[in-house]
Design a protein. Structure first.
Length: 86
C-alpha cells in the first residue's frame, strides 16, 4: 500500500516535470511553428522522447497531460500474499 502511494506520488512529480519541460521546449521552438521541418528538427534534438512527442502534440493543438501521465504511471502493484505463501 505504501509503495503504491509512493509510486503514484513519484509518477505525478515526474509527469509535472516532463510537462514543464515540454512546455518550455515548445516555447523555445515557437518561432518555428510555420516551418514544420525546422520544428521537427528542433523537437527531435531533445534527448527526452516524451518531450519530443509532447511538442508535436502542442503544435497540433492537442493536450499533453494524458500522454505524459500514461508514460510515467507506475506498473501494477504485486498481489497481496501471506508470509506462508512466499
Amino acid at each position: 500500500m505504501v509503495r503504491a502511494v509512493a509510486g503514484r506520488l513519484t509518477a505525478e512529480a515526474e509527469a509535472e516535470a516532463v510537462e514543464a519541460a515540454t512546455r518550455e521546449a515548445f516555447a523555445g521552438a515557437a518561432h518555428l511553428l510555420d516551418d514544420r521541418a525546422g520544428f521537427a528538427r528542433m523537437a527531435a534534438s531533445h534527448p527526452d522522447v516524451r518531450v519530443t512527442a509532447g511538442m508535436f502534440q502542442l503544435r497540433d493543438g492537442r493536450a499533453v497531460d494524458l500522454p505524459i501521465r500514461r508514460s510515467v504511471k507506475p506498473g501494477p502493484a504485486p498481489a497481496f500474499r501471506l508470509e506462508e505463501e512466499v
